[in-house]
Structure formats: C-alpha cells, structure tokens
Design a protein around this ligand. Structure first.
Ligand code: HEM
Length: 503
C-alpha cells in the first residue's frame, strides 16, 4: 500500500507533465520535443537560464512560420515569419487585450495607453524640449567637470553615465522634478539607477514586477507633485502635467497646459494610478533609452567614418545661446538611421509577448491559438535573421536609406518599436532624448573605446528583459576642440559619398 502511493503520485505527475508538453502536438502546431533537463533546472535555480537566447535558438531551428515551444510549463507560440508577425500585431488587438492598461469610465472600458498617447505628440514634445536640453547640459557639464579634474584624458564607464542621464530625463519629465542625479546622489531616483532591475528575471514587458520597494517612495513623489500643482495651479511643461490634466478630465490633445480642476469624485485617475503609470513609464524607458545611446556609441566608436559623418550632421544644426532647436532634430537623417540600426541589432526589448484573451485564428493559416495561451514575436531573432537583413551582425546604418524593399535588405522587417495599436507610445520621446544625448557627447568630446573591452565585451539581455553590456562601456574621453577645417574636410569627403559609403 505504502509503496503504491509514491508510484501513483509519480504516475499522476508524469501524465500531467506529458499532457502539458504535448499541447502543441495535440493542436497540430509544428513544435519541438519538450522536456526538462537537469542542466535547465540547475540554471533556472541559479537564475542563470538565458530565456532570450533560448527563444532565439528555437527561432533558428526549422523553417515553419510558427513553432510551439514550452517556457517551463507554459506553452508558447513563436512566430518565425516577419509578415505574419506584423499582420498579427496589427490586426489582433481585440484578441490580445492587455488588462494592465485598462480603465473604466462610466460603463465603458478604455485602453489608457491609447488615451495617453497625445502626451507624446510632436507639439507637446517641442514644448518639453527645454527640460530635455537642460538635462543634456547636466551630462555635458558633469563629463567636462570630471575631465578637468583629471587633467588628462578621462577614463570612465559611459554606460553608467548614460543611465544617470536617462534617470534625470525621467525625473525631470515624468516625475516633474528639477533633479540632477549627477549631483544629488542621495535622491531616490539615484538609487533606482544603481539597483536598477537587478532582480528581474522576466523577459518581456508584460512580466515586469508590478511592485518593488521603490513603488511606495515613488508614489510619494507623485503625490506631492500632483497635490502641489493642483492646489497652486502650477504649470510645468512635462509629462506629469499632462497626466494631471488627464486625471482632471482636461483634453490633452490640444495645446493647453493649465489644470482645470475637477471634483475629487469625478477624477479619471486616482493619484495611485497616476503613480503607477509614471512607474511603468520609468521601467520601460530607463534601460531602453540608456542602452540605445550606449550601444550606438559602442558601435560607432569602432567606425571613425560614422562618427565623422554624425559630427558633420551635428555641425549643421543652428545653435542659439547654446540652445538647440527642436524642429532641427528631425533633419538628423543619418543619426536616425544609426538609432534604427542600433535598435535593429540590439532591440532593448527582445521579445513582444501577447496573451490570448479570446481564441484567435492566425491570419492565412489553419491554426487557432486558444484563450490563455502565449504568443511571442522574437524581435531580436527577426532583426538578426539573414532573410531580412543582410550581414545582420554588421552595423550598417545605411541599410535604412532605402525605405522600399531592396535586394540588400528589407528595412520593413524592422519592428523595434512594435507595430499596430499596441506599438511603443513613447518612441518619439525616446528618439528626442537619445538624439540630445548623442549631440551633446559627440559635439563636446573625442571618445575612444577601451581596446580590451572591444575584445571581451558581453552584450546580453541578462538580467532580462533589457539589453546592456555586462561590464559597462569603458571609454577614454577628451574635450573636443572644434576645428572648422575638420568639418570642411569631413563634409567634402562624406557629403557626396552616400552611395559609395557603406556604413
Ligand atoms: C529606444 C527606446 C525604446 C524602444 C526601442 C521601445 C520599444 C518598445 C517596444 C518594442 C514595445 C512593445 C510594443 C508592443 O507590445 O507591441 C514598447 C512598449 C511601450 N513603450 Fe517603448 N520603447 C522605447 C522607449 C520608450 C520610452 C522612452 C517610453 C516612454 C516614456 C516608452 C513607452 C512605452 C510604453 C508605455 C509601452 C507599452 C508597455 C506595455 O504594454 O506594458 N518606450 N516599447
């Protein structure tokens, strides 16, 4: 009898596991043989398992457009064809609603992100640009100060500096604070930079932890900001101001900034919800922005011609009293291509994940995915797939010069900001702040990569989900004397060379 019990228990577990691991085969989907090995359990226990790499490997096996795999006990469907992925992301919104962004007004349910998207409209961003420049100037001033104190070429970890820049952007624009974490090292936001998401082991945005020990302290910051502005009718042109306007039922798609107060019971968002939105924005923007700048610099510093070309483009900007003009950022076409190429090669978010809320027949296929099951679009693997981008591991910004499909690449396979209704709402904001940082750094400094770093650099999504370099980005940095001759040389060499220039 006592012997039978463990045998029975073992059999039940065995059958249950076998049932889970046969999900895709039973549904007729192409799938891989599944099982749990000791090495997997060991890595998972030590939090060393590399989800992103494992999913990319699965993407590379076989040729089917879809592949059923298992993330531990979770059946996951990977889309391995970019056209199919794009169609799904564009057309399937009703089937993959993300409850995180739901909010209810009256008897109707809305998607909060959709409602908040006017915050990132061009007109709004242009008016927030002053704050962004100031944060950019803090970065320059800090680097100049360090360089001066050193008295010779300064060696430093630029990745860390850029994380501070990104958190300063978040502090100033999202939390509405005049904060400079290069100086105020004891600020709560500074501790966010150093601790970061070290404890995260998820690999998509959907699985970011909902609460951390910072949540309550960040909520206090928002509470103070909201109450202060509502009580005194203050105007500060930033994201928080527009969140407060939205909370009070004011239109945010126009151009007004002042807050027309609503009764407490009529407010659309509680302070707690505003704080939650702000923290979500912090989580999605901190690493994505800082990694994009860091990895752009990492790549271009290996190609002096790219640096020259960017510096030539920057030189064309008209600067009045040290201030850049927002409208001119759009003219930085070559820089745009570099940012896109960085986002292609190193998408900060490697996988787009959707959880099926009601069963969905995948377009142009015979397959139906059931409610509750997960679908993944592996951006990293698609962006590094030779079928879509020739020589995918080469950094070639000019591949995005051709918008239409060309023999060399299909730039339309780029989905670094997502696509369709749920694509990244903050992409224009991201481009603006990334460009300002690059302008400030390239305008003011000569940079050289640490040679040892170039050989041993490890760029990974560990800890997931965001990408970063394991040991930072060590560079030698020297103040730049701007010589007009350099520019005329660079211009004559590069200006006409679009077609002959391969990077
Ligand atoms: C280079 C920088 C960035 C990249 C590459 C990026 C990329 C992405 C991607 C791929 C998604 C998922 C889209 C989908 O699910 O279909 C996303 C979602 C999102 N992004 Fe960005 N993003 C960047 C910066 C930012 C910034 C600066 C903000 C805001 C200030 C932002 C706000 C958001 C939000 C709110 C979402 C939705 C998140 C969710 O569904 O939980 N992003 N982003």
């Amino acid at each position: 009898m006592w012997l039978l019990l463990p045998i029975l228990l073992y059999s039940v577990i065995f059958l249950a596991v076998r049932h889970i691991y046969s999900h895709w085969r039973r549904k007729g989907f192409p799938s891989e043989r599944a099982g749990i090995s000791w090495s997997f359990l060991h890595q998972a226990y030590r939090r060393e398992f590399r989800h992103v790499e494992a999913i990319c490997e699965a993407y590379q096996t076989g040729r089917d457009r879809l592949l059923g795999i298992y993330c531990f006990f979770r059946p996951v469907l990977i889309v391995r064809n970019v056209e199919l992925a794009q169609t799904i992301l564009q057309q399937s919104n009703g089937h993959f609603n993300d409850l995180k962004w739901d909010y209810v007004k009256g008897y109707r349910r809305f998607n909060l992100l959709e409602k908040l998207s006017p915050i990132f409209a061009t007109k709004r961003l242009s008016e927030m640009f002053g704050h962004v420049q100031r944060v950019g100037d803090h970065l320059t001033a800090h680097l100049l100060h360090l360089e001066q104190a050193q008295g010779r070429a300064l060696e430093l970890d630029l990745q860390q500096m850029l994380r501070v820049y990104a958190i300063n952007i978040i502090g100033n624009l999202i939390y509405g604070l005049d904060v400079n974490n290069f100086e105020q090292k004891d600020h709560i936001l500074s501790s966010y930079v150093s601790t970061g998401h070290a404890s995260l082991q998820s690999f998509t945005l959907r699985r970011l932890p909902q609460k951390s020990s910072f949540t309550y302290r960040l909520r206090d910051l928002i509470k103070q900001g909201v109450e202060h502005r509502e009580e005194h009718g203050l105007i500060r042109k930033d994201i928080l101001q527009l969140l407060i306007r939205f909370r009070n039922g004011n239109d945010i798609s126009g151009d007004k900034w002042q807050i027309d107060m609503d009764n407490e019971q009529d407010k659309l968002l509680s302070i707690k919800r505003v704080a939650k939105v702000a923290e979500e924005l912090l989580k999605v923007s901190l690493d994505s922005v800082s990694s994009n700048i860091t990895l752009t610099l990492f790549e271009i510093l290996q190609e002096p011609l790219i640096v020259e070309k960017l510096q030539t483009e920057i030189k064309e900007l008209s600067v009045e009293n040290g201030l850049l003009k927002f409208e001119e950022l759009e003219g930085l076409k070559y820089m745009d291509m570099c940012l896109k190429e960085t986002n292609r090669k190193y998408p900060p978010l490697p996988i787009i994940e959707r959880i099926c809320r009601k069963s969905y027949t995948l377009p142009n296929t015979k397959f139906t995915i059931d409610e509750g099951k997960t679908l993944m679009v592996p951006l990293l693997a698609i962006h590094r797939d030779e079928r879509y981008f020739s020589e995918p591991m080469k950094y070639k910004p000019l591949r995005f010069l051709h918008t239409e499909k060309s023999a060399e690449c299909q730039s339309s396979a780029f989905i670094g900001f997502g696509i369709g209704g749920a694509q990244c709402v903050g992409q224009n904001f991201a481009k603006m702040v990334i460009k300002v940082a690059l302008i400030k750094v390239l305008q003011n400094f000569h940079l050289e990569l640490d040679a040892a770093l170039m050989e041993n650099i490890e760029i990974s999504h560990q800890p997931a989900p965001f990408i970063r370099t394991k040991d930072g980005l060590k560079v030698r940095l020297k103040r730049r004397e701007i010589k007009p001759k350099f520019y005329s040389y660079a211009k004559s060499k590069l200006g006409s060379g679009r077609n002959s220039f391969s990077c």
